[in-house]
Design a protein. Structure first.
Length: 147
């Protein structure tokens, strides 16, 4: 697109008085940079992605409360990870991490294994195991508060 055609639609970055750097074709026909305050299709796509992430986190929280999954799945979703990323962070095969999603298996995990997960999620082992925290609406940034 031409430099003068770079979109200046409303977006989330506009509220922070920032602009996004884009590449466009200048008057001389060469690529140059231009600043954009936003682009509606991109804003819609990002908002949809954020909504989907929030839904996944909410569903994981409900599944923890209903004893259908372990807190590991909730924290994985809250940290915007998938199974392969979490498995690589804790140094386990994906099938083992997925197995740890089962509440009975989670309850039997050693403190050493729980510590690996706690370090990845930047919480204490006690917070990781405390399902009562999920019953309170005061979950800050979708992660139970340790205080």
């Amino acid at each position: 697109m031409k430099k003068e055609e770079v979109p200046q639609d409303e977006s989330n970055i506009q509220s922070t008085n920032q602009k996004e750097l884009c590449y466009a074709v200048g008057e001389d026909g060469k690529y140059t940079t231009a600043l954009s305050s936003g682009w509606d299709p991109k804003t819609i796509a990002l908002n949809n992605a954020i909504e989907e992430i929030q839904n996944r986190i909410s569903n994981a929280k409900e599944r923890v409360l209903n004893n259908q999954t372990s807190p590991i799945e909730f924290y994985m979703e809250s940290h915007k990870m998938d199974l392969s990323i979490l498995a690589s962070y804790v140094g386990l095969w994906q099938w083992r991490v997925k197995r740890h999603f089962k509440p009975k298996v989670f309850q039997g995990l050693s403190n050493k294994m729980l510590q690996r997960y706690a370090e990845v999620f930047d919480v204490s082992v006690e917070t990781l195991k405390d399902i009562a925290l999920y019953k309170t609406p005061e979950i800050k940034n979708n992660i139970p508060d340790e205080n």
